[in-house]
Design a binder for this molecule. Structure first.
Ligand code: 10D
Ligand code: SF4
Length: 337
């Protein structure tokens, strides 16, 4: 390997923006703050964000990740992940005598509210998203009788609605912008009166990361996206890079997963990361590349981001006390702390 070098011609294009979005930042800090304020364990329903490193780091600090609300013992605190939950999950927590902290991203909550509003007006809601993804499970749960999932353009043929003059589309926040537009075009062809969401459901962070990777995909022969396999927005970055012209694009959790063979005949390497990825992991990838002659780093800037969200309001209350009271009033073996 040797020292860090910059071999002539070889360079790295580094996407900006990349990595943490405002919703992820808020959710990760919320777990850390809950651990500080209330002590371990803090249960988290579903991975707080879809990143292996984040989950492992929080586990070491005392977070316990579960898939089902029922796994949390009565009298404990449970946090809901940034991807959002259906109303039935709040009911499960209530039945389980749990104090809750909701780390759902406000931009996911916005889509939930749109779903509730259009369902109230008795629209058929076509929710564009990936089947089985946590976010669409949560959004669909707001109005299961009104919402049907459309998983890409190929799904349009099977869509049926009750009244063609009352149809709206909504979407998951982390989709490919271009593929979503293809799906919407196909839906509009079928239902010309289809209405669009009042504002973009695909969030600013998803859009900006795709814009940046598109720019560098046109120049880089190889694009390395840092992100986990279950991260929808990270996976979309790999697809967008390839469509933009990069010969190859790969998703890696850690620098150690990069294969030397990917570099064969490559002069320009693009690097970016998903919205759930801490910057330290990108730094390690840049070091790995520098050790192999790709030490020149040029930023490819597609947008400026300054948005931040305030922490979940529940962090301002004494939740240990609340959880203990729930158990004292309604029975069940409590947290004992
Ligand atoms: O899979 P994904 O892209 O929806 O989630 P990830 O946790 O990787 O990134 C943050 C995005 C969220 C919480 C959904 F908006
Ligand atoms: Fe929120 Fe967008 Fe980040 Fe999802 S990707 S957590 S919607 S800001």
């Amino acid at each position: 390997m040797g020292a860090m070098t910059a071999s002539p011609g070889r360079r790295v294009l580094l996407a900006a923006p990349r990595g943490y979005c405002a919703g992820v930042d808020r959710a990760v800090i919320a777990v850390e703050k809950a651990l500080e304020q209330y002590g371990a364990p803090i249960y988290v329903r579903h991975e707080i964000v879809h990143n292996k490193y984040v989950v492992q780091t929080l586990e070491k600090k005392g977070a316990i990740f579960v898939e089902r609300t029922e796994e949390v013992p009565p009298g404990h605190i449970v946090m809901f992940s940034a991807h959002g939950v259906a109303p039935v999950v709040h009911e499960e927590a209530e039945r389980g005598r749990l104090a809750t902290i909701d780390a759902t991203c406000p931009l996911v909550t916005k889509v939930h509210k749109e779903a509730v509003r259009f369902a109230k007006e008795d629209y058929d809601i076509l929710l564009i998203g990936h089947e089985g993804h946590e976010e669409v499970i949560g959004t669909s749960g707001e109005a299961p009788d009104h919402i049907q999932l459309v998983d890409g353009p190929a799904d349009v043929a099977k869509v049926e609605v009750r009244d063609e003059s009352k149809v709206v589309w909504l979407s998951q926040t982390t989709l490919s912008v271009d593929e979503t537009m293809e799906t919407v075009d196909a839906l509009k062809e079928k239902f010309p009166q289809l209405i669009s969401p009042p504002s973009d459901d695909i969030c600013y962070a998803t859009q900006n990361r795709q814009l940046a990777v598109k720019q560098m995909g046109a120049e880089a022969e190889l694009v390395i996206v840092v992100g986990s396999r279950n991260s929808s927005n990270s996976k979309r970055l790999v697809e967008v890079a390839k469509l933009a012209g990069s010969r190859e694009a790969y998703l890696v959790d850690f620098a150690a997963e990069i294969d030397e063979a990917w570099l064969e005949g490559v002069t320009t390497v693009g690097v970016t990361s998903g919205a759930s990825v801490p910057e330290v992991l990108v730094e390690q990838v840049l070091e790995w590349l520098a050790e192999r002659g790709y030490g020149d780093v040029e930023i490819v800037k597609a947008a400026e981001e300054s948005i931040t969200f305030s922490l979940p309001k529940e962090l301002r209350r004494d939740l240990r006390e609340e959880a203990a009271t729930l158990v004292a009033e309604r029975g069940g073996s409590g947290a004992g702390a």
